[in-house]
Design a protein around this ligand. Structure first.
Ligand code: G6P
Length: 371
């Protein structure tokens, strides 16, 4: 078993380390110089050209990967994109027709609720595109088109490399749609793709900076709860960070949109409560950056222990960070591919310090094939 883990203490550590490769493998071969190439395409170009609305359905971390991509897909395609938990979507009466594209995201391709959401959509003649990590699994088999994530097998129950690969694949779905709809031209798609292609290196650079995060994880082993705040694409990252901590460390954790602070979460702040804040780039998103800065001041004034994930060189936030984790500079929409990494490592380290098996958290299954 030690050999299977490639020298890492757990599969999760191995899979976190494999993330640059997972991203590179997922991107490889999907841009032909003019458009994004899917892996299986049983839809004509015309089918995509008439799409006027997108639903994205998924569960767990896959759902968060879709939330991250929603910001980019709306920006690039100018289509309304609705994110739906598969377990809600399948029992609702969503407004769908043949011009609706439903994107179903699933690492395993076998999650019961996501599969039923696909069937629910197809019965209403919507087209379905699967983003999946498992060749030949049920969800891609029942979909009209497929984009595979090539993260390789993921053994750790809590998703890590498959999650980053899902984000990259979702972004390619967005670029593919933008090409079909004509909202982006081949040269623009090529430019966005080139930015994506730099991300495996950015993730590798991020991984090299994680020692202070491990140290922090050991310090927080006895915390009672941790809150996570973010805005824009940092919001789903906050949700994912909280989910990882719940899954692995069995610690109360919640992710919030920082703009909601005054609508409830601020009441939870007490002396010493760790709050992880995912900062937007001061350069690329100055307005959002200033909003988060004032959120941090508010929670720090009330005694929170602020843990700030920020772009390198973000001098404005430094005075308000009890712990500052600085990450490489990347385009704003791609930031989640790197800001997620310290949150995975933080959760793993807290769990380890508490003596838990991070590959097999209690009560959880890798793939939820029954409701
Ligand atoms: C389980 C796993 C999660 C995963 C979710 C969805 O809860 O523990 O890591 O995100 O299922 O799985 P899927 O295979 O559909 O992506």
């Amino acid at each position: 078993a030690a050999a299977e883990k490639g020298g890492h203490p757990t599969f999760m550590d191995k899979e976190i380390a494999e993330q640059p490769q997972a991203l590179a493998d997922t991107l490889r071969g999907h841009f032909d110089g003019t458009r994004i190439v899917l892996d299986e395409q049983r839809l004509g170009e015309d089918d995509l050209r008439t799409v006027d609305k997108v639903f994205v359905v998924a569960c767990g971390s896959a759902f968060h990967s879709g939330l991250v991509a929603k910001y980019a897909i709306e920006h690039w395609t100018r289509l309304p994109v609705e994110m739906e938990l598969a377990s809600e979507f399948r029992y609702r009466d969503p407004v769908l027709d043949r011009d609706t594209l439903v994107v179903a995201i699933s690492q395993s391709g076998e999650t019961a609720d996501t599969l039923e959401a696909v069937r629910h959509a197809r019965r209403q003649r919507a087209r379905v595109l699967a983003v999946c990590n498992t060749n030949g699994s049920q969800i891609p088999r029942e979909s009209d088109a497929v984009l595979y994530t090539h993260a390789g097998p993921e053994i750790g129950v809590a998703s890590t490399k498959a999650f980053l690969a899902q984000i990259a694949a979702n972004l390619m779905v967005g670029l593919s749609l933008a090409g079909a709809l004509g909202t982006k031209y081949p040269d623009e798609i090529g430019r966005e793709f080139a930015e994506l292609e730099k991300m495996p290196q950015a993730v590798a650079d991020t991984l090299a900076l994680m020692e202070p995060v491990r140290q922090l994880g050991r310090e927080l082993a006895d915390a009672r709860a941790v809150l996570f705040l973010g805005r824009h694409v940092g919001f789903p990252v906050a949700l994912e960070g909280a989910l990882k901590l719940k899954e692995l460390a069995y610690m109360h954790a919640e992710g919030f949109a920082a703009g909601e602070l005054k609508h409830g979460p601020i009441a939870l702040i007490e002396d010493g409560l760790p709050v992880v804040v995912v900062m937007p780039s001061p350069r690329a998103q100055p307005l959002l950056h200033s909003k988060l800065l004032s959120n941090i001041r508010e929670i720090q004034a009330r005694g929170a222990r602020t843990i700030v994930i920020a772009e390198a060189g973000d001098d404005a936030v430094a005075p308000f960070a009890d712990t500052l984790i600085e990450l490489p500079v990347v385009p704003a929409l791609l930031q989640p591919l790197i800001t997620t990494v310290p949150l995975q490592i933080l959760a793993a380290e807290i769990a380890r310090s508490r003596g838990y098996d991070i590959d097999k958290p209690r009560n959880l299954a890798k793939s939820v094939t029954v409701e």
